[in-house]
Design a protein around this ligand. Structure first.
Ligand code: SF4
Length: 358
């Protein structure tokens, strides 16, 4: 059987397969054999996502109402385990209660009752610290927050001066603590999920975060993280041409930095790459890149068909999943192991179902 040849494109930049025994650019010490256990497609259990309780229809708002969100309750609830969190009621405020607002006091934001002026910041910060530790133990892979809330709002929440005048906007107190305690955790507001591109990116990040969490939550060695990285290369490439190389450098420094520091640096870099938009043009180039691995196995007709399908994808005449299915078929048929192992070609069925709705 003919060996795959290097891609013909000027795009990435991963060395051709015959030059990378385990993974390109690594020191010998970091090269690992890919065992069958490590190579099998990912098979995750249930994925947990935290959600501001009022979005699930719980009547926890200051006025006793809710903000049930149809996409969260009607679609996401069928695919994820949703974990309701209401910072204001859980930290001891009742329903109904006084409406709260953010007030800037020098450099700090305070959570203050709008009418009485009672300051709830200390209680909210204490509770957030404890609750975030509990949430970490439950293994969250994402969070959906209520927009505009002085507790839950992720960004652009209204802020006032002590005199009641408008000040530059900020983040709700719980939302800020959540993001700070969980670098890389996919976090979005319900209103932003109405944008198809942001929604698609959020879902993609949730599944990627869950895959990495799955690995780092168990017993793992640096070699396992190297293997993980090699399976994610095409996905990373779809977001940023430089990303596979940059993340490989994080792994290559594992000898000096140790296992835990490497894991946290890798997670932060991995998730920040995925937060970048995967433009259609870039994704098309990733498929052209993958075609380089298949060329030696394909006849002229098959190559033309794949090239034409990539062009159709670029013109939005073929959906991403159509192209993925086609490439996965050829990778399996010709046993091109490097491609068979790519998470980009092996999305979780739940991810496919959710992203197909976008
Ligand atoms: S926005 Fe947050 S704090 Fe306010 S009711 Fe909803 S879940 Fe509770």
């Amino acid at each position: 059987m003919a060996a795959p040849v290097p891609p013909l494109l000027p795009l990435p930049l991963l060395p051709p397969p015959e030059n990378i025994p385990a993974f390109g650019g690594f020191s010998t010490a970091l090269r690992v054999d890919i065992s069958p256990r490590m190579s099998r497609p990912h098979n995750m259990g249930s994925i947990r996502i935290g959600v501001s309780s009022c979005l699930l229809g719980e009547q926890v708002r200051y006025d006793g109402g809710h903000k049930r969100n149809a996409y969260v309750t009607g679609v996401l609830a069928a695919f994820f385990e949703l974990l309701p969190v209401c910072p204001e009621t859980e930290c001891g405020m009742g329903v109904p209660r006084e409406a709260l607002r953010l007030v800037r006091d020098r450099d700090e934001l305070q959570l203050v009752a709008a009418r009485s002026g009672r300051n709830h910041s200390a209680a909210m910060k204490r509770w957030s610290k404890r609750r975030l530790r509990e949430l970490e133990a439950t293994g969250l892979s994402g969070f959906i927050l209520k927009k505009g809330s002085p507790s839950c709002g992720m960004e652009r929440v209204r802020v006032y001066t002590a005199a009641g005048r408008p000040a530059p906007s900020g983040s709700g107190l719980f939302a800020a603590a959540l993001v700070q305690a969980n670098p890389g955790l996919p976090v979005e507001e319900e209103e932003r999920l109405e944008d198809p591109a942001l929604r698609d990116n959020f879902i993609e990040r949730v599944f990627a975060f869950a895959r990495l969490r799955d690995l780092l939550g168990g017993r793992w060695r640096i070699g396992d993280l190297v293997d993980f990285h090699s399976r994610e290369e095409m996905l990373l490439l779809a977001h940023d041409a430089e990303a596979p190389g940059l993340l490989a450098e994080v792994l290559a420094a594992a000898g000096q930095n140790g296992r835990l520091q490497t894991a946290s640096a890798y997670r932060a870099a991995f998730m920040s790459v995925l937060a970048k938009r995967a433009a259609k043009r870039r994704q098309a180039r990733v498929f052209e890149h993958m075609l380089g691995y298949l060329r030696g196995f394909l006849g002229t007709r098959e190559k033309s068909e794949l090239t034409a399908t990539i062009s159709d994808f670029r013109r939005s005449q073929v959906p991403l999943i159509g192209l993925i299915t086609l490439f996965r078929h050829y990778a399996r048929l010709h046993r091109v192991e490097y491609l068979e192992r790519q998470s980009y070609l092996q999305p979780d069925p739940r991810e496919v179902a959710l992203r197909n709705r976008v």
